[in-house]
Design a protein around this ligand. Structure first.
Ligand SMILES: [Zn+2]
Length: 134
């Protein structure tokens, strides 16, 4: 069984996984978390869950040089604005640090959370970002 490694990940019975977003049915504003009212138009009960796509742009990042024991460093912790209008955080892999630039196109990739398992042996599902050809 696969279980979400983050609260914003949905996993179907067949293992298909995606990032959850929420969109206001009144004005179209997207949100990262379910909210009682829309942040933009303040309508209540209009935030509906949607399946976020995997395409986005790098907003900002930090190169992490110290982490927990066993976690390889350095790595890039990034904030990405998905084309669907939500901004989420994750690691950005496969890009030389000197090549990082705000606005560069990136793609969200679901992964196995580095092989992490819960105490029952279930696999976690997580995600990271990679560069995407412009
Ligand atoms: Zn709204």
């Amino acid at each position: 069984m696969q279980i979400p490694g983050r609260s914003n990940i949905a996993v179907a019975d067949n293992g298909d996984a995606w990032v959850r977003g929420y969109r206001c049915s009144a004005c179209g504003t997207a949100a990262e978390v379910p909210t009682i009212a829309c942040r933009r138009c303040h309508a209540r009960g209009t935030m509906k869950e949607f399946r976020a796509g995997d395409s986005g742009k790098l907003v900002t990042w930090s190169i992490v040089h110290r982490s927990y024991p066993g976690v390889p460093v350095p790595f890039v912790s990034a904030v990405v604005r998905l084309d669907d209008g939500i901004s989420i955080k994750g690691n950005l892999d496969g890009v030389a640090h000197d090549d990082l630039s705000a606005g560069m196109p990136v793609r969200l990739v679901m992964d196995d959370a580095g092989g992490a398992k819960d105490k029952e042996g279930n696999d976690y599902v997580a995600y990271h970002f990679t560069a995407q050809a412009a």
